[in-house]
Design a protein around this ligand. Structure first.
Ligand code: NAP
Length: 244
């Protein structure tokens, strides 16, 4: 069953490329009014060309004050997808303060900031809502050189549950989607070594990585009423990796 989002407004972060971009396109195609937030203006210009009516917001989500200003005028939303992230690869012994701060200020802090903004407005208007946090399977398993990135995603697991607990009485559901490797710009950067990629793929019971479409479908399911009784939960889109 294909969910419809007619009459609803959605905000998607990290909308310029990869999973965020295809999430905007899918929501737009299914009738939602969409606010697309990303960092590179050219990406947003192309996205609006493809999806007329999408409202672009160009901002670095790692900057709290700029984000507050940029989002002040976008109006209320019913659906929020916290998707923007950076994956900075460093061996644990070489992790820098800069990489740590940047990772948490882009991957986690905006989840607090944008979810607060969205949820306060939902509560004030007395409407239900759904928030989806795009996490990763590395919230649950280790992966070389990704200690900082996976720490942000591990923290996102508890944040998703804490938000579900506190926002549930207001009929706001909060869930996460946790993919394995997806060959977007980010995925290709993390899996640069072809031999490592083959070995890693072979460790997945389904012998593949995830497609962008697989992740988007799970996001749409969690945003929609098809998952009306699901909150504080996560959907693994991991080709069976965590079962192995
Ligand atoms: P991607 O192709 O690198 O796209 C990320 C998008 O987020 C880009 O449009 C990027 O804009 C934007 N973004 C990054 N930092 C930002 C900031 N500070 N402010 C505003 N926008 C920002 O990544 P993806 O693969 O689609 O990843 C999407 C989500 O899936 C992330 O949460 C990621 O952790 C998760 N995930 C990805 C994989 C994978 O293998 N790809 C696996 C598991 C989970 P710029 O390019 O302009 O910076």
């Amino acid at each position: 069953m294909q969910p419809s989002f007619h009459g609803l407004r959605a905000l998607v972060t990290g909308a310029g490329k990869g999973i965020g971009r295809d999430t905007v396109k899918a929501l737009h195609a299914r009738g939602a009014g969409v606010v697309a937030v990303s960092r590179t203006n050219a990406d947003l210009v192309h996205l609006v060309d493809e999806c007329p009516g999408v409202q672009p917001v160009c901002v670095d989500l790692g900057d709290w004050e700029s984000t507050e200003r940029a989002l002040a005028g976008v109006g209320p939303v019913d659906l929020l997808v916290n998707n923007a992230a950076v994956a900075l690869s460093q061996p644990f012994l070489e992790v820098t303060k800069e990489a740590f701060d940047r990772s948490f200020s882009v991957n986690l802090r905006p989840v607090f900031q944008l979810s607060q903004m969205a949820a306060r407005s939902m509560i004030q208007r007395g409407v239900p809502g759904s928030i989806v946090n795009v996490s990763s399977m590395v919230a649950h398993v280790t992966f070389p050189n990704l200690s900082t990135y996976s720490s942000t995603k591990g923290a996102m697991t508890m944040l998703t549950k804490a938000m579900a607990l506190e926002l549930g009485p207001h009929k706001i559901r909060v869930n996460s989607v946790n993919p394995t490797v997806v060959l977007t710009a980010m995925g290709r950067r993390v899996i640069e070594d072809a031999e490592l990629a083959q070995k890693l793929k072979a460790r997945h019971p389904l012998r593949k990585f995830a497609e962008v479409e697989d992740v988007v479908n799970s996001i749409l399911f969690l945003l929609s009423d098809l998952s009306a009784s699901t909150s504080g939960s996560c959907i693994l889109v991991d080709a069976g990796y965590l079962a192995s």
